[in-house]
Design a protein around this ligand. Sequence first.
Ligand code: ATP
Length: 510
Amino acid sequence: MAQKEDVFKKIVSHCKEYGFVFPSSELYDGLGAVYDYGQMGVELKNNIKRYWWEAMTLLHSNIVGIDSAVFMHPTIWKASGHVDAFNDPLIDNRDSKKRYRADVLIEDEIAKIDDKINAEVEKAAKRFGESFDEAMFRQTNARVLERQAKRDELHSRFEKAMNANDLDELKQIILDYEIVDPISGTKNWTDVRQFNLMFKTQMGSSSDNTMDVYLRPETAQGIFVNFLNVQKTGRMRIPFGIAQIGKAFRNEIVARQFIFRMREFEQMEMQFFVRPGEELEWFNKWKETRLAWHKALGMGDEKYRFHDHEKLAHYANAATDIEFQMPFGFKEVEGIHSRTNFDLSQHEKFSGKKVQYFDPELNQSYTPFVIETSIGVDRMFLSVMCSSFEENETRVVLHLPKPLAPVKCAILPLVKKDGMPEKAMEIMQALKYDFACQYDEKDSVGKRYRRQDAIGTPYCITVDGQTLEDNTVTLRDRDTMEQTRVAIDELPAIIGRECSLNSLLKKLEA
Ligand code: ATP
């Protein structure tokens, strides 16, 4: 565990050192859970967004995009339920003066018991070797059974309290299970209070005509309130989808784990409108489609899993998360939700306008049902970074999926003389319209390779004496470090095959 935490720390400092992610307002000592993307980070982030956008809009003729405003009419957030229910239960420790999410404290306690049970099982597995029967051990070992019973009781009390929104019971659980503040180590807790996660601000210039507005906590509502606009002007027929990428804001109580939980972040959301009754079939299709999108990046199929929700929001009839194996465990990167006709019906009710679709094939009007796919750009970025980072005795390298790499190739004259720089610039001139290139002539070639490894550049092209004679260069592969001699004319095809987004998109359709 300690080792994994070390790796995560290294990833965070690597992100800063190489211009991927900086803490926001660093000159002024930072701003909690807000981050800036640097010169490398913005390229990687844009490539992630482009991969998602093109997979949605180019590969599906029935999906179109929009870009709606961050500010929206405040009644929208009443209709969506965010004003009344977008809350987290918070609790303070009087000694450390730290604030926590009560639900997270309890979930962590459950996870601790799970860890203890698993440690018991692992110990026994080692002791018994080949003959170990794990299921039998879990059913019969007294210590495991005792712990399991404690865990189940805690879990069921917790679930009941969350479902009933019972804040007193949440506090009671924390007291009964003697959960202590990880910092002060004390049980000196305040009462649990609800805390709305939306940021509020005022719109308007004079005091009598200002209006309270919110920074949107999700991009989805911008899609729902434009459903009719897009459907009518785009002459869209159900089933169809609307995609959007944009910023979202949540005043998260506990911001942890770097860019995993931020107060300003970016979402890529797609709402897919279907006939009532067909939603579960589409839900399953979108689960598969989205998982395939992740897997095509080649970061390792075993690093993903679905986590189906047991507890559904009142408006949903199915929901799952795609979780990715981060150094701190499997964590949600994307949510896929079958949201019934809740959002469109609510907007119909609150706006007083008809928000329905006339289905020419059925010759009837109805409120479409919705499947939502919602992924955080920053969490996706973090998962890419975590799975790509490798440090060994000789180098630090980012094995980024090649089409996502900020720089696709570096062009390096072996020495700064004998016409090599000029030749290198000539190659750069030919490649730069199709691929992000970097030219580097400083330091030894070995040092330059290391610099490119650290930012995940898939190819280094070295120009040497022979290049001037026969127009060949050495092409070094980031992952294998193998160098091959290739003709300059072949470079666009080789780099294109491995690094273009097209090749990745084609994989999705194969
Ligand atoms: P969590 O349970 O982790 O708070 P959530 O279930 O509230 O997430 P959704 O409302 O389903 O998240 O949002 C969809 C996606 O947006 C998430 O899968 C995640 O990738 C991203 N996301 C949500 N909150 C944040 C945040 N504070 N920082 C970064 N990304 C976020």
